[in-house]
Each structure stands twice: as structure tokens, then as C-alpha cells.
Design a protein. Structure first.
Length: 202
């Protein structure tokens, strides 16, 4: 994932990208952080001041598809945040990049989304992430796993709505699933730290 950003002389911004979804995410990130107006999100107060009412040229390049659900939206959001900070000579401080990326991502998803994908894109490698925003990088080599593409993906807000509907209708079953998910995650972390990736998921 590569994002290039430069200031324009005029106020209007322009975004170009190899993938339509990534273009939309870069555009929303610029809107959230630099202020602006859209029908989807209303008017946002600028977090980062570009000065002089200048717009942006944002170019996004990616070597992987945005259709398979591997976190491309979070990746372009994080890369856009880092590029905007660098544009203002603010340096790239990862906790700040993560905080701004999480804010941008959640605004774009109507307040939904765990932020785990933003954490992974910000810090790289293997991370432990909690919903309160706590991120811990684990000092282990990323394991090799096989993934199977089911042929489609759903936007995060739609998936979360499905989960909420199930939870409301079947609270006990949902609670049991969440407990098992937490146990699997903790067990996976211990297995990876112990150098036995083969135990993950068992």
C-alpha cells in the first residue's frame, strides 16, 4: 500500500487510486482529518490544519485487491494519516497515527468497527488488541496461515448489525460464542509465543 499526498493551490481536493474502494477511504480520511463536507458524514471540523484553505492531491497505489476482506480499507486509512502527518512535518508517531486512523475509520463506519485492522496496519507484525484501544506488539515472527476466500465480503457495519441482531435474539448463545472466541484468541497468543503455530485454532 502506498499513499502520496501533496497540497494543491486551490481548496478542492482530488483523489486517484488503483481501486475504487481505496479511493473512497482515502477521501474520507482526508475529510475527517482536514475538515470538509460530504452528504455521508456532514461537516467535519479539521483535526489537521493545512493552512490557507488548500486542498489535497491524494494518490493511492495497492498491490492487492480491496474485495477479499484483508483490511485494505484500514491500510489506506493508516497510510493516508501517516502521509498527512508527514506533509505537515509532524513526524510519524505510531500511537498518534493509530488514534487518528481509528477516529477516521469509526466515523466512516458510523461509529462501528473494532479497530483491530487499524492496529494491525499501524504497527505491523503480530499484535494483541483490545477494544479499549490497547495495542501490544508481540515479539514473534508472523506465522504462515492459509486463507480461503468465500467469494464475497460485506461492509463492516452490515456484519456488526447481523451480530447485534443475533445477540438480541439469542443472548445466551451469543455470550457463549464470544467467550469461546476470547479463549481461542488467548490460546492462540500463547501458542504463538511458545513457537507452536500448529496449536492455533485447536
Amino acid at each position: 500500500m502506498m499513499v502520496r499526498i501533496r497540497k494543491r493551490a486551490e481548496a478542492r481536493s482530488a483523489v486517484s487510486a488503483t481501486k475504487r474502494t481505496m479511493k473512497a477511504n482515502a477521501e474520507l480520511t482526508g475529510l475527517v482529518l482536514c475538515g470538509g463536507n460530504s452528504r455521508r458524514m456532514g461537516t467535519d471540523k479539521a483535526v489537521l490544519d493545512l493552512g490557507g484553505g488548500r486542498g489535497l492531491d491524494i494518490q493511492v497505489q495497492s498491490s492487492f485487491s480491496s474485495r477479499v476482506g484483508l483490511g485494505s480499507s484500514a491500510a489506506v486509512t493508516v497510510a493516508s494519516v501517516a502521509a498527512l502527518l508527514a506533509l505537515q512535518d509532524k513526524g510519524i508517531d505510531l500511537p498518534i497515527v493509530f488514534a487518528l486512523g481509528l477516529e477516521s475509520s469509526r466515523r466512516a463506519q458510523n461509529g462501528m468497527g473494532s479497530g483491530a485492522d487499524v492496529a494491525a496496519s499501524t504497527y505491523g507484525g503480530v499484535v494483541r488488541y483490545l477494544m479499549d484501544g490497547d495495542v501490544t506488539s508481540l515479539d514473534i515472527a508472523p506465522p504462515v496461515f492459509s486463507m480461503v476466500y468465500c467469494g464475497y465480503k460485506k461492509p463492516t457495519p452490515e456484519v456488526i448489525e447481523i451480530v447485534h441482531t443475533f445477540e438480541a435474539a439469542h443472548p445466551n448463545e451469543a455470550a457463549a460464542i464470544f467467550t469461546e472466541m476470547e479463549k481461542l484468541t488467548v490460546d492462540a497468543e500463547q501458542a504463538l509465543l511458545g513457537g507452536d503455530a500448529g496449536l492455533v485454532g485447536h
